[in-house]
Design a protein around this ligand. Structure first.
Ligand SMILES: Cc1cc2nc3c(=O)[nH]c(=O)nc-3n(C[C@H](O)[C@H](O)[C@H](O)COP(=O)(O)OP(=O)(O)OC[C@H]3O[C@@H](n4cnc5c(N)ncnc54)[C@H](O)[C@@H]3O)c2cc1C
Length: 486
């Protein structure tokens, strides 16, 4: 079958029966038409359609190795640097279309699946059958062009103790029964973005939490359809207020729902279980399989597109209200340019310095990507919004609604008093509404939080960076200098 159209994706969303709670309503079907989900579904549908667009098809697709049908480039197993570049070209198209605001485009988890499906030696440590299952599952997702969401971390009840000790061990999702044909899972996972409108939910290990031997019931990796019986989603209130693309230009397009996921005795058949028990092997799920590398490569493409967007937005604002000549404004514009160029350089360096692993997969250089994923959340992402607020100042609040512009009694005042240095009032209002949605609105606040915690807790990620980085050569040079004679 190969690549889906947007309509096929919408039909799938409407055909499913997920158990979804939002704002006091329990929705059992028809999510694509529901006001809380319709906008995000439309955006994802547009991404599916782009795969059929002659302008983008060469970048977004390749011929399936099993059927010859066109499938997403995010499933291309990189064997050479050129393959990695090809993957990046595909990811760049979607990241540019969504300006980096949509974190759950299909290529993110497709990248993880691609690496896991090729990680034969990793799965051989536990049981090769897990490797065979995830390869078959990845082929299923690839050939049917399914959208996957993921849930990785246990609820935040008490971070001072492991999952096995939270609420008598009855809070975090755990295996409560092992049957001949599969497992039964009960409990919760903290958050899954876009899960109610995805086709499949991947319930994989956390990127930062490490399992100890007593965590065996909490140690697993599996996939289920997003409307599997017993699965429930408790969604947060939407960040999109429903007032249209002029008033909420980003939220109206890129709001992704986030949801607490509850497993009420969910049955997972054997062919969808990719790891069971074995916390030690599970701890290396991302690092020893290449999944961490391919996922981070996708994220680095996305965050580059986002940083470029903020550079464009800051430049438009500076020009619109005549502040570009001030030195501190130029300093910030220079900072944004530097971010864009460093991010681009990190991506290229990771690709160029990649290596072929034991399974013959050419992976981007981890140390470079690890630096990128530690650097962006704390140093770059928070500055993007801060710079827009600083440039825009009260312009972010002096913003009448779209309807006021149409009011005959108001129009003359608004045209006069809200014009910019080089733009008319209507253009300026639209630009500043975009700035508001990019820096101050609920949508912007959620994006800030998202980027900060995207890969996990930045504090523990930094600790992992330090412990995994080979500092010996640098330390040896210091010792050598100290030992030198005159
Ligand atoms: C908008 C958004 C979307 C998300 N989407 C998804 C998704 O689709 N799928 C998914 O699986 N996850 C998702 N997440 C969750 C994300 O992975 C987590 O936010 C991240 O891993 C941090 O975990 P936490 O939120 O539970 O924070 P916690 O671990 O509870 O941390 C809270 C605070 O306590 C500190 N802390 C806690 N424990 C320790 C410790 N042992 N050592 C030092 N400091 C500690 C942290 O530094 C932090 O400051 C999303 C998060 C956000 C904000």
């Amino acid at each position: 079958m190969g690549i889906s159209t947007g309509q096929q994706y919408i039909d799938r969303v409407n055909a499913r029966r997920p158990d979804v709670f939002i704002d006091g309503e329990r929705i059992g079907a028809g999510l694509a038409d529901h006001p809380q989900f319709a906008a995000s579904v439309r955006t994802f549908a547009r991404l599916f359609d782009m795969q059929h667009d002659s302008e983008h098809q060469a970048a977004l697709t390749f011929a399936s190795p099993t059927t010859g049908d066109l499938v997403s480039t995010s499933f291309l197993v990189p064997r050479t640097e050129a393959d990695l570049v090809r993957r990046r070209e595909g990811m760049r198209v979607w990241a540019t279309e969504t300006n980096g605001f949509l974190g759950r485009t299909g290529d993110y988890m497709n990248s993880a699946l691609t690496a896991l499906a090729a990680a034969t030696s990793f799965f051989a440590q536990a049981d090769p059958v897990f490797g065979e299952r995830i390869a078959a599952y990845t082929e299923y997702v690839r050939e049917n062009d399914l959208l996957t969401a993921h849930a990785l971390i246990p609820p935040q009840t008490n971070r001072a103790v492991p999952s096995s000790e939270q609420g008598d061990g009855r809070i975090a999702a755990r295996v409560v029964e092992e049957r001949a044909d599969g497992i039964v899972v009960r409990g919760a996972r903290m958050l899954a973005t876009a899960a109610p409108i995805a086709d499949e939910l991947l319930v994989f290990p956390s990127t930062v939490l490490r399992g100890a031997p007593q965590d065996a019931p909490y140690s697993y990796a599996f996939a289920i359809p997003s409307d599997a019986p017993g699965l429930k989603y408790y969604c947060r209130t939407s960040m999109y207020g429903g007032s249209g693309v002029v008033n909420e230009p980003l939220a109206a397009r890129y709001e992704e729902v986030d949801a607490l996921v509850v497993f009420d005795d969910v049955f997972v058949p054997n062919d969808r279980i990719f790891m069971l028990g074995n916390p030690k092997v599970r701890n290396e799920w991302y690092s020893a399989t290449g999944a961490g590398q391919l996922m981070t490569h996708q994220v680095a493409c996305r965050t580059l597109a986002k940083t470029e967007f903020y550079l464009g937005l800051a430049s438009e604002i500076a020009d619109a209200i005549g502040i570009e000549q001030f030195q501190h404004i130029q300093e910030d514009l220079g900072e944004l340019i530097t971010y864009v160029e460093i991010e681009r350089a990190l991506l290229r360096a990771a690709e160029a310095d990649g290596e072929v692993n034991a399974d013959g997969v050419y992976l981007p250089r981890w140390q470079t990507l690890n630096a990128a994923r530690n650097w962006f959340p704390k140093s770059v992402s928070q500055r993007l919004t801060e710079i827009i607020r600083k440039f825009s100042a009260s312009g972010l609040m002096s913003l009448p609604g779209e309807q006021d512009l149409q009011h005959l009694d108001a129009r003359a005042d608004l045209d006069r008093y809200l014009q910019g240095a080089r733009v008319d009032a209507e253009t300026r209002i639209r630009l500043f509404k975009l700035a508001l949605d990019a820096s101050v609105s609920g949508f912007a606040g959620r994006e800030n939080l998202y980027e900060y915690f995207f890969f996990g807790d930045p504090v523990r990620m930094k600790a992992a960076l330090v412990s995994s980085y080979d500092r010996d050569p640098a330390r040896a040079r210091v010792r050598e200098l100290l030992a030198r004679g005159a």
